[in-house]
Design a protein around this ligand. Sequence first.
Ligand SMILES: [Zn+2]
Length: 176
Amino acid sequence: MSSGKLQYYGSKILRNRSREIEISSEQEFTRSLLTDMLEILRIEKGLGLAAPQAGENVRVFILNPVELNLKGHSVFINPEVTTSGPMGKDEEGCLSIPGIYEYIRRPMNAVVTAYDLSGEQFTLDIDNYTARAVQHENDHLDGILFVDRLTPIRKRLVRKQLSEIKREYGPHSRIL
Ligand SMILES: [Zn+2]
């Protein structure tokens, strides 16, 4: 089912609200999806990847546990994220939006509850860049991209780059 191909800015899949995974009955589907996602993350050397980026509108994301403080967790199925604390600004990028890195304001603390691959629920209290990464990936599940969170001025400055990405990588790209 899974196309397993990295979706780029301009792909409609990135703009949909994703559905929840049926934990008990969709184990096989989830496993094969995660295999595709891990492969994309490895090849692209990314920090994280959400299922819509791999072509599936389901509520799943993965994060690199080596780079982030996730107590060993890397798979987040049906995550619920609650943010708190002061706002912080740091640089973000996205595998689906190559070449654009921008400073984004987000709450600096978060609590995330999710299921792992074995169907166990877990909760993590996270902060700083880890909280940022979780919010970035969770946004993908609601069809939100980090460039949507830019100030109007910054958004205008990257508009041309975004339309170039759309033209170059988009599924409906018109090449002359
Ligand atoms: Zn992203």
